[in-house]
Design a protein around this ligand. Sequence first.
Ligand code: HEC
Ligand code: HEC
Length: 272
Amino acid sequence: MDDPEETSKSAESFWAQTISPTGKAWMLGILALCFVSQTYLVYSDPTPTRVLVGEELAGRRVWLANNCQACHQLYGFGGFLGPDLTNAASRLQKPQLADRLALGKGQMPKFDLPEDDVTALWEFLSAMNETGIGQARNPVRAGVSANGIPSNSPSTLAVQKILKASGDQGAISGFEIYRSYTCVGCHVLFGESAIGAPDLSLSGLRLSAQEIQSKLEMGVPPLMPPSGLSAEKRAQVQAFITFLGEHREEALALVEESTDDAFWDNLPWWEF
Ligand code: HEC
Ligand code: HEC
């Protein structure tokens, strides 16, 4: 065993012998230079910075309060159901933003916002547009389905298998609506999502059919928008959610069994 005192002594003499005082001065000099040039590069970054003020700040609050980031990205950060909106203000005019919010489109839900909020959102998106070019990520190229949600996840496959075996047409239609509609932008199967949308299989156990249908009709303010679905479709989605609750254990057992490494291999890095 080495005597620690001796080891530290021999380390000291190593430095004393192999590096001359001029050598040490040079090393110190190079370190200082690295620090100075790093500092220079960081503070001379030519990307224009922009502090949000007034309406723009209010717009950011509306953006967060209504969960736009669950489906949209700014500079590539956010959900993938809808497009990156960093430069939306260069593609759209304010009336088009107002229309999109009031009417929804495809997988984008309607938002019944006061005019002040729409104006603030417009100011916020215009300010974002002035800060640079947002690089939209392309989930399709990364091997996930068009809406950015992996279509072959173990939980999706498990639910599909159990639904098929049951022959429950209402729940099967409900699942198709759930999968192709806004829901997957915020909810994940058998887990609470990062934005706090609950595990719907637990809701299926806890809530009555009537309660679920009314939440789909009215939304759960402020984070869950009204679904905008017809009464018939709301009933189908509710049948699916109730089904999820009733078959929760069975589905989780199937997920546990699945050793589908190919799924994890195909997942883009940001989904981990
Ligand atoms: C549940 C997901 C979801 C949420 C939440 C959501 N959007 Fe969208 N949004 C979409 C999808 C999907 C599209 C693309 C619709 C299409 O063209 O079919 C879209 C399109 C848009 C567009 C048009 C973009 C373009 O380049 O044409 C704007 C603007 C927009 N959304 C703004 C918002 C704002 C502001 C919020 C928050 C108040 C919001 N969205 C919330 C899913 C969502
Ligand atoms: C923009 C994000 C978003 C979208 C889109 C969305 N939800 Fe939600 N949902 C939430 C959040 C967040 C909650 C929890 C709200 C709360 O309790 O304050 C919620 C709550 C619910 C509840 C009540 C759950 C409970 O246990 O009380 C149901 C049912 C539900 N969502 C179903 C759906 C369905 C079906 C869709 C598609 C038609 C959908 N949601 C679309 C975010 C979303």
